[in-house]
Write a protein that binds this ligand. Structure first.
Ligand SMILES: [Mn+2]
Length: 324
């Protein structure tokens, strides 16, 4: 695709996504400008680049993620000053992106590429994403609808997540995972084993699903999962600790729910993904990858390890000292 049509398509898709996310006024147009600036950088300078346009994790707006393996920027802050041009024009346009976005997270490494997450929120919405929450959901190639879903219930210092992979893919899988989200949102403060039992009862008439439930508090994380949704805790010093689910299918055969609770040091992140993302990343990840802010770690895993024949969801929730 030529440069002009790729950028044009990105702008149109961003405008449409913003409208779907119920953003009004000038926001769809601002989303279009964000997407065209980011797409333009990817098309001009990068290889293996992509733009992901989705609802922000807290549902208050739209997020635009740009991923590439291009030349990278030595100094993203400098590139944001309008008028700055590096060799070529990599980074020009980022000044506009910074002015327009409500929240902007960028990491770039010369020779490796650039990750950008720009978010726009509806006016007056309490922004709860923060850089501490990242999520990407991608339907299998050729499917309109994802059979994966995820949801979050928050209280003051606790985040509870459900990540659901409806069996198979397409609309019947989506039916199971949507039902699970509905039940979860109404019961998200229950102890995790009871929550899993409720999901099991509620999914009996569906195809069933793999489900990971996580409860994240300052200093700790609990996991209760059945079926193949992968969960790991990553720390800034480069360790990855996996938390194992029980085999089974929620809605069909539920093993006795088992809760694993582990300490989560400050700066660690909970990483959850369905099997539409390969788990090879967890074997030998670079420390630079594990230090990425949550929205960008989600993007790097989703873009770099996606298996396009299945629905794919990646959720990353960071921890900060004493806060959620
Ligand atoms: Mn799957």
């Amino acid at each position: 695709m030529d440069h002009y049509s790729a950028v044009h398509m990105a702008a149109n898709a961003a405008r449409a996504t913003a409208e779907l996310c119920a953003l009004g006024g000038s926001l769809p147009e601002r989303a279009a400008v964000l997407a065209s600036e980011l797409a333009s950088n990817v098309v001009k300078h990068a290889k293996d680049g992509a733009l992901y346009l989705q609802k922000s994790p807290d549902g208050t707006g739209v997020q635009i993620i740009a991923v590439d393996r291009g030349p990278g920027m030595a100094d993203p802050a400098l590139c944001m000053a309008d008028g700055y041009t590096s060799t070529g024009t990599l980074g020009s346009g980022l000044g506009a992106v910074q002015r327009i976005a409500d929240e902007l997270t960028i990491r770039s490494r010369p020779g490796e590429g650039t990750l950008v997450c720009a978010r726009l929120s509806a006016p007056g919405t309490r922004r709860v994403n923060g850089p501490g929450l990242g999520a990407l959901l991608m339907p299998a190639q050729g499917e309109e609808e994802s059979g994966d879903h995820w949801a979050m219930v928050r209280t003051e210092d606790t985040r509870t997540f459900a990540v659901i992979d409806g069996l198979g893919h397409g609309s019947t899988a989506a039916e199971a995972s949507r039902a699970a989200v509905g039940i979860f949102l109404g019961a998200g403060e229950l102890p995790l084993p009871e929550l899993l039992e409720s999901l099991h009862v509620g999914l009996r008439r569906t195809r069933g699903a793999a489900v990971a439930l996580l409860r994240q508090r300052p200093g700790s994380v609990e996991h209760c999962g059945v079926g193949n949704v992968r969960v790991a805790l990553t720390t800034p010093d480069g360790t990855v600790r996996r938390m194992a689910p029980r085999p089974g299918v929620v809605g069909w055969n539920l093993p006795a729910p088992y809760v694993e609770r582990i300490d989560a040091p400050a700066g660690s992140s909970v990483v959850v993904h369905t099997d539409g993302v390969g788990d090879a990343w967890a074997r030998n990840p670079s420390p630079a990858t594990l230090r990425l802010p949550a929205p960008l770690l989600a993007a790097a895993l989703a873009h770099g390890h996606r298996l396009s024949r299945d629905d794919a969801t990646v959720l990353v929730s960071g921890t900060t000292k004493g806060s959620s």
